[in-house]
Design a protein around this ligand. Structure first.
Ligand SMILES: NCCCNCCCCCS
Ligand SMILES: [Zn+2]
Length: 343
């Protein structure tokens, strides 16, 4: 299985993340990629390559133009406004305010395009987000070209990003880009399976009214887990997308038993949907020692999960999402890949 990874992920590493009322070193940090690369090499998965140059047209088709313009120019505007630190959202279009018009003021614009305040933007964020998109685009082309699977080692992640919002450490939805690329390649029905601990609100939002892309997510129940405001089981899609959205929320402390049952339910629905290609939003923050999650999966469980996904028999693109128990992220992410290959 070929892995695509860009060194430009290093351009995004904010000084701080707002967490539990303190500014801490961001959980989503460059060393995550280093641990995964080390584990890939340790396990003989040495086919690792850099991405092709990013293709902007598919990104422009996925994201709202004003949002992309914001991402590209935010840092310069922020600095021109005399803001001393990194970009952190502080004001949001809250209930009964007007969320249809972006203010001119950069502080107002930041909150207009943000869905959470834990994600900072720095001078290198735009370039890093584009490099992550290029990773997904390149890996998708490998699968579209006939490979059984490929691994897009994306950083920053993408599944919380919508067409017009960033947050949850995400800026451009890499998995959604890949699903759209499969559609553009003529794959009639594509499925996105999100096994990250957190609900893939961005991916759901992008495809919610679409019947050609099936979205399934297993995640911490939104009453208890970020992103909090989406991910309920009664969100089943709208219009042409009715029935093409499956949320499988699980309570705090859920272990591999119920998690695997949810996975099997998702895989059965993906099969029934008639998917011809699969994008897996590969987050491994369902791991028992993850610092910001509450499931209790152990490393061998990720091997079994990979096997179950592999038995679907679909061309599969793995897109790296979350996972913040950094010493274990390599074992856990690569276990999914090895289980898949073993299926
Ligand atoms: N400060 C703890 C809340 C976490 N907020 C963001 C979580 C993003 C996960 C991305 S996979
Ligand atoms: Zn996550």
């Amino acid at each position: 299985m070929r892995t695509i990874c860009s060194e430009d992920h290093r351009l995004h590493f904010p000084q701080a993340e707002l967490h539990a009322g303190q500014f801490v070193t961001p959980f989503e940090r460059p060393s995550r990629v280093e641990y995964i690369l080390a584990r890939l090499r340790e396990r003989g998965l040495n086919d690792i390559a850099a991405p092709d140059p990013v293709a902007m047209a598919p990104i422009r088709a996925l994201c709202r133009p004003d949002y992309l313009a914001f991402l590209e120019h935010a840092w310069d505007e922020w600095k021109r406004a005399g803001c001393a630190g990194e970009i952190i959202p502080a004001s949001f279009p809250a209930r009964r305010m007007n969320a249809d018009r972006a203010p001119t003021n950069i502080d107002g614009k930041v909150g207009f395009y943000a869905l959470a305040a834990e994600t900072a933007i720095t001078a290198g964020t735009w370039a890093a987000a584009l490099s992550s998109a290029a990773v997904a685009q390149t890996a998708q082309r490998i699968v579209a070209g006939g490979a059984r699977a490929a691994f897009a080692l994306c950083r920053p992640p993408g599944h919380h990003a919508t067409a017009d919002m960033f947050g949850g450490y995400c800026f451009i939805n890499n998995a959604a880009l890949a699903a759209e690329a499969f559609r553009a390649d003529g794959v009639a029905r594509v499925a996105v399976l999100d096994i990250d601990f957190h609900h893939g609100n961005g991916t759901q939002d992008i495809f919610y009214r679409r019947g050609d892309v099936f979205f399934a997510s297993i995640h911490g129940a939104p009453e208890h887990a970020f992103p909090y405001y989406l991910g309920y089981s009664d969100e089943t899609g709208e219009g042409p997308g009715e029935g093409a959205n499956l949320n499988l929320p699980l309570p705090p402390g859920a272990g591999y038993g119920p998690w695997a049952e949810a996975l099997d339910a998702a895989l059965a629905r993906i099969r029934a949907f008639g998917a011809e290609a699969l994008v897996v939003s590969l987050g491994v923050d369902a791991y028992k020692d993850d610092p910001i999650s509450f499931f209790t999966l152990d490393s061998p469980d990720f091997l079994d999960a990979g096997r179950r996904i592999g038995r679907l028999g679909l061309p599969t693109l793995f897109c790296m999402e979350g996972g913040y128990a950094i010493e274990a992220i390599g074992v856990n992410a690569v276990n999914v890949l090895e289980g898949f290959l073993d299926a």
